[in-house]
Design a protein around this ligand. Structure first.
Ligand code: GLA
Length: 512
């Protein structure tokens, strides 16, 4: 009897135990708290965002914290061990909806985030302290002084940079192949020398605080040696903040040490990108922050071109040379679109006089050959950058260039204008809002570079009178730098029919 009764109670007892324990299990997991969500980048690093969650029953509210951005979450639920919530990064046209789905086990969330239109990304969220999302303390800044000139970049630097084409997909093999292609394509002979690795090469710091490279770059010194063996130079990238713009390890607090490491590896060029430093320092403190690195590079006793990247904030062209800057970005990021390139390029004339040998305005890297602009637009890009004495850092895949791309990037007659040793500024002659833009630049031999740009969507004729560009009573002979031919001009001027978004680029030999 007793046995039978026990037997008949057993299923009910088991069910009760199951129900109670599962209720307890889910009830015990209260997701309220601060979490770090790490997504592996595939090279030994993690991209980190933070979650500040609040649970009320099965409803989840709170925010996602990415850098200095705090974005409220919506539609949050936690039911049967499954977490779901959504956010929107950015506003207006740049708004990107993100959906998060996860399962919770042992106080860890296996989480997937999916940006609208992109592949889902898998990671893990673990509990952390809210302080983890806070930037570190401000470092003491040096008193201002002029960093001695490093005597580099007497003409605007020329080379290649990985970001525009490869972004996070750059690795050792690609860089070696680009170096090979730089030589075999004729780019090196045309003057392109620096092979610059942009963001995402960085690994973690070792026990002594030395920066290491990640798994995509097994040996930075060997890579530098390889690039040097081709008669080229090599560059890399960092940020004065704790993280770079792509979320990799920055130089914060390791300025001297990193400069020494770059020198030991044999690097010749540093692009130093503000990024997360904006969470620590005020814009007015930027000069001191950059000066610190300028000094550190000099102390590293290797010639290293110093490229400032802080998007033109605080009129960097007025203090860039003082911190040892050889070039400084004057704008936000370029993209491979006519609107982006032309907006940046035609906005540079007012600050052109600040550039001089050793110290150049940098309207960002070239997009020529990346495929989303027409050949006329790319010729405008190249001509405008040459007139502006801008650094010429190709941003395309040098291993697979069309003949047209080669003819644009390697137009030696245009490169000579860019590299003119006097570095005189470009002058816009036409009104700022004219669609036919006339630009001149005096060259060291007394000749004049003349760009006739058509910003409109229709072909147009652009007339230039010698009187209007300071060549009154001069005899002018013209050479068309894209046709590679002398062109007849009248005693008064020249009239060019210029394709939509295109350019006629002339070099004028002037005599009395
Ligand atoms: C910033 C810079 C870019 C590039 C990326 C890398 O956006 O302006 O040129 O270096 O960071 O993360």
């Amino acid at each position: 009897m007793v046995e039978g009764r026990q037997r008949s109670f057993l299923p009910a007892i088991l069910i009760t135990i199951f129900l109670v324990s599962s209720t307890l299990l889910f009830a015990q997991t209260d997701l309220t708290g601060f979490w770090v969500f790490r997504i592996p980048t595939g090279d030994g690093n993690f991209r980190e965002t933070f979650l500040d969650l609040k649970q009320n029953g099965d409803q989840i509210t709170g925010k996602v914290i990415a850098g200095s951005r705090e974005i409220p979450i919506s539609g949050g639920t936690f039911k049967d061990g499954k977490l779901h919530f959504e956010t929107t990064f950015g506003t207006g046209e740049r708004a990107r909806h993100v959906v998060y789905d996860g399962t919770v086990q042992n106080d860890k969330i296996e989480l997937t985030s999916q940006f609208q239109g992109r592949e889902p990304q898998k990671g893990t969220a673990e509990r952390t302290k809210p302080e983890a999302a806070q930037p570190p303390a401000k470092l003491p800044l040096p008193a201002f002084h002029d960093v001695p000139d490093n005597a580099l970049a007497r003409t605007p630097p020329m080379g290649w940079n990985s970001w525009n084409k490869f972004a996070g997909k750059v690795d050792d093999k690609t860089v070696r192949e680009i170096a090979d292609a730089m030589v075999s394509s004729g780019m090196k002979d045309a003057g392109y020398i620096y092979v610059n690795i942009d963001d995402t090469w960085e690994g973690q710091r070792d026990a002594q605080g030395n920066i290491t490279s990640n798994t995509k770059f097994p040996d930075m010194k060997a890579l530098a040696d390889y690039v040097h063996s081709k008669g080229l130079k090599i560059g890399l990238y960092s940020s004065p903040g704790p993280k770079t713009c792509a979320g990799y390890e920055g130089t914060y607090g390791h300025e001297e040490q990193d400069a020494q490491t770059y020198a030991q590896w044999g690097f010749d060029y540093l692009k130093y990108d503000w990024c997360s430093a904006s969470r620590i320092y005020k814009n007015e403190e930027m000069q001191g922050v950059y000066q610190k690195m300028g000094d550190a590079l000099l102390r590293a006793r290797r010639p290293i071109v110093f490229s400032l990247c802080q998007y033109g904030i605080n009129e960097v062209w007025t203090w860039g040379p003082k911190v040892g800057g050889n070039l400084w970005r004057t704008t936000g990021d370029i993209s491979d679109r006519w609107e982006s390139m032309s907006k940046i390029g035609f906005a540079q004339f007012d600050i052109a006089p600040y550039a001089r040998p050793g110290h150049w305005n940098d309207p960002d890297m070239l997009e020529i050959g990346n495929g989303s602009m027409s050949a006329d637009e790319y010729r405008t890009h190249m001509s405008l950058w040459a007139l502006l004495a801008a650094p010429l850092l190709a941003g395309n895949d040098l291993r697979s260039m069309s003949d047209e791309t080669k003819s644009i990037l390697m137009n030696k007659e245009v490169i000579v204008i860019d590299q003119d040793p006097d570095g005189h500024p470009a002058r816009r002659i036409s009104d700022a809002d004219a669609t036919g833009v006339i630009v001149t630049r005096l060259l060291h031999d007394g000749s004049v570079a003349l760009g006739l740009f058509n910003r409109s969507d229709q072909p147009q004729t652009i007339d230039v009178k010698w009187d209007n560009i300071g060549l009154t009573r001069r005899k002018v002979q013209a050479r068309d730098l894209w046709k590679h031919a002398e062109v007849p001009v009248s005693a008064e001027g020249y009239s060019a029919s210029v394709p939509a978004h295109g350019v006629v680029f002339l070099k004028l030999a002037v005599s009395r």
